[in-house]
Design a protein around this ligand. Structure first.
Ligand code: BGC
Length: 736
């Protein structure tokens, strides 16, 4: 549709735009008036266009322009170059009748060009300030390249390590998940969305996607309302409280009703109860997939169900594009629903300042604000804090000159692309410093011997021979093992989450040399590595740390950085233990007595994780003492005061993550054996101590009862303060 040269309507809209420039919607009427007036001028086709998002990389430039001109589409994803973004935006602004700006979305998950650790790794820093800064930098870089909107943070709780998308979130715990969700939203959106260096956040995948059966991606979710309320909804509520203005509806069904057509979760909970003012975008093709789920007979009904349930924008799938008009004409879909949906989208565009400044970024910004040294420094800082030291027998680490020459062996030792993780956005392998390169910089080429040893999934005697030759010449061996980036992330579910056969074979052959071995793990999920845990003296979990992976690992290997990360996911001994999470229920027969068959456990495996949630070592030695709880008996309106003394009983300064857990001993719905309620990350100098204080409002000790109402029930509670979910000082309190 060509725009008439000069129409009264256009002048009218332009006048409104001009009058409203600089006035934010949240500041009151003017924005609302602007949107109402704009809506009144829009035809049904123009309105429906706003509800459609097209994947530019799937359709190409010509088609994309056609979608704008013919269908007035309001949004694109995956437009990679600022030039193309500009072209499309100008087409929408100048060649459509309404000139409503497009909103461009992209998966900016853990960095745009400066790639940070995968979100699972970042969560192991337990440092929301650093996590917020990563998101802030990602927003600066992405917006400089024309992006308005990121499909992040991913706030799905993940309790099953077989699920590849565990890499994208903050792990298994809801409380920590909420803290990280808030931090990321703050980072992306800043405190003024109309500032062109901020981008709008999109917590996803609403909701319960992480509860897919068997850890298989896109699979069915069948969970109790209590688990939905208690475990999976809170991180979304936290993200929305922090100001997130879009939400992505998930692929999965929830108890028979697909999340992208779920009126209860979308309209009732999100929009009505939580007062969410932004818009919901479906996941990719999720509306069209309602047909495949067996929920509706065809795409027309899919569109009707989805929009009625509260999905405002359809990402690909074309069900809205092809059916909404017909549905309004037949009276099946009230225009009022379309109007309220369009308003939400216009509202977000308005809040982003797009009516005033539709084209983000500039050549200058891209030049000055991409891979800036400050950004790269931050990438190293957060990578260092994301690393978790899993084992350090006889203080093998940190290494020093006495360990030279060092043999660096393993299929991931020289890799760059795998260190980027599964969502590397505009990241490039050449931006990454590999472990081999970082080691060469740190200790000089002559002190290092390198061999690949094997491929991740392929064995070769020749590679082994070379690795053994190299290893024989070395004093210390560093083995870099794990997963390629394709082995986790979307569609990356695994039925066996151990190391691959070839890597295990290599490790066993190397250990037969009886030299000190350090294993550095590079992976996107917890791994079942009982043999490694048993036989290798030092193990570093480095995840996928982004562009500064190599330097961060080498900093830890040589003690330039004292590791301080702690696991935010449990490591299993065997895949068969999954789903595995620390805050499980007690059952009537917990495993207590070894040898007793009739307990909740497997007959062929010792109970418990290989490494528990919250666990991580340091080169310092921290001692917990003097736990004080006050008062011992509280009313529902009181606040519990907990203090503990943490002493650094070593010569090395370090950071400790002090964790507070509680257990409601008896309740009208059974409660988990432990629940994280708070944590503090403290820096303590050698041979000094700190008193760490927690203030826990009793109101936070409640839970959703059988009516799904948040209630604090009177009774006894246990409390732990410790270095992980499996250790700590214990106490008690009571709520009257
Ligand atoms: C993923 C989303 C992602 C979207 C757009 C989907 O397949 O599930 O997380 O945001 O694609 O790339």
């Amino acid at each position: 549709m060509k725009k008439p040269k000069s129409t009264l309507l256009f002048l009218f809209i332009a006048l409104f735009l001009w009058l409203n420039t600089g006035i934010t919607f949240s500041s009151g009427r003017p924005g609302r008036n602007f949107i109402d007036s704009l809506l009144q001028t829009m035809t049904i086709d123009e309105k429906i266009g706003q509800l459609i998002q097209i994947d530019f990389s799937a359709v190409g430039k010509e088609k994309a322009i056609e979608y704008i001109l013919k269908y007035n589409v309001g949004s694109f994803l995956n437009v990679w170059t600022p030039e193309e973004i500009k072209l499309l935006q100008e087409t929408a602004l100048k060649q459509t009748r309404t000139g409503v700006p497009l909103i461009f979305g992209l998966d900016v998950i853990h960095g745009y060009r400066t790639i940070f650790p995968i979100p699972l790794a970042e969560s192991c820093s337990w440092n929301p300030k650093l996590v917020e800064k990563s998101a802030r930098i990602a927003a600066i870089e992405a917006s400089a390249h024309g992006i308005h909107w990121t499909f992040a943070p991913m706030v799905d709780i993940a309790r099953d390590a077989r699920w590849g998308r565990i890499a994208e979130g903050a792990g298994e715990d809801t409380y920590l998940g909420c803290v990280m969700a808030e931090a990321r939203v703050r980072g992306f959106q800043g405190n003024d969305l109309s500032n062109p260096t901020t981008i709008v956040a999109c917590p996803k995948h609403y909701v319960a996607y992480g509860a897919c059966e068997g850890g298989k991606d896109y699979n069915t979710v069948d969970i109790s309302p209590a688990t939905l309320y208690q475990v999976y909804l809170p991180p979304f509520a936290a993200a929305i409280n922090a100001g997130a203005l879009t939400v992505m509806s998930a692929f999965n069904e929830i108890n028979g009703i697909p999340a992208s057509a779920n009126e209860y979760t979308l309209r009732e909970i999100l929009k009505k109860r939580w007062g969410f003012k932004g818009f919901v975008v479906s996941d990719y093709n999720a509306v069209a997939e309602l047909v495949i789920h067996g929920f509706v007979p065809d795409k027309q009904n899919a569109a009707l169900k989805a929009i009625t349930a509260g999905v405002d924008m359809e990402m690909m799938g074309f069900s809205y594009l092809k059916n909404l008009k017909m549905l309004t004409e037949s009276g099946k879909l009230p225009v009022a629903i379309v109007d309220s949906t369009v308003k939400r989208i216009l509202y977000v565009k308005y809040e982003l300042g797009l009516f005033k400044n539709p084209i983000y970024g500039s050549e200058k910004r891209r030049k000055n604000e991409t891979l800036k040294s400050e950004f790269i420094n931050h990438a190293r800082t957060i990578a260092r804090e994301s690393i978790v030291l899993l084992k350090n027998k006889n203080k093998l680490l940190p290494l020093d000159e006495s360990s030279f020459p060092v043999a660096l062996i393993g299929p991931l030792a020289a890799s760059k692309k795998d260190l980027l993780g599964s969502w590397s956005c505009a990241g490039k392998p050449e931006d990454v410093i590999s472990i081999l390169e970082a080691l060469e910089t740190r200790i000089g080429g002559k002190n290092i011997l390198y061999a690949k040893g094997c491929e991740i999934e392929r064995w070769s005697e020749k590679d082994l021979k070379k690795a053994l030759r190299v290893a024989r010449k070395a004093k210390t061996i560093i083995l870099v093992l794990g997963e390629t980036r394709e082995m986790s992330g979307e569609g990356g579910s695994r039925a066996y989450i151990g190391l691959t056969e070839s890597q295990l074979r290599l490790t066993k052959a190397i250990t037969r040399l009886k030299k000190p071995v350090v294993v550095v793990l590079v992976n996107g999920r917890p791994l079942a590595i009982p043999w490694i845990a048993q036989n290798i003296p030092a193990i570093i979990e480095s995840w996928q740390l982004g562009i500064q992976h190599g330097p961060a690992v080498v900093d830890v290997l040589f003690g330039d950085c004292n590791p301080s990360g702690k696991l935010t996911v449990s490591f299993p001994k065997a895949t068969g233990q999954e789903p595995l999470y620390y805050n499980h229920k007690m059952t009537g027969r917990p495993p207590i007595k070894p040898g007793n068959r009739f307990e909740s456990k497997y007959i062929d495996l010792q109970p418990g994780p290989l490494f528990p949630f919250g666990y991580g070592l340091s080169y310092s030695k921290f001692i917990y003492s003097e736990l004080k709880i006050y008062p011992k008996v509280l009313r529902p309106t009181d606040t519990l005061l907990v203090t503990v003394k943490i002493t650094n009983d070593s010569d090395i300064p370090g950071k400790e993550i002090v964790q507070l857990y509680i257990r409601d001993v008896s309740a009208s719905l059974t409660r988990p054996v432990k629940e994280l309620k708070d944590f503090k990350k403290v820096y303590i100098r050698p041979h000094e101590h700190k008193i760490v204080t927690f203030r826990l409002p009793v109101s936070t000790c409640g839970f959703y009862n059988s009516k799904m109402e948040w209630k604090v029930e009177p009774g006894k509670f246990k409390l732990w303060v410790g270095p992980s979910s499996a250790e700590g000082l214990t106490g008690e309190f009571e709520i009257k």
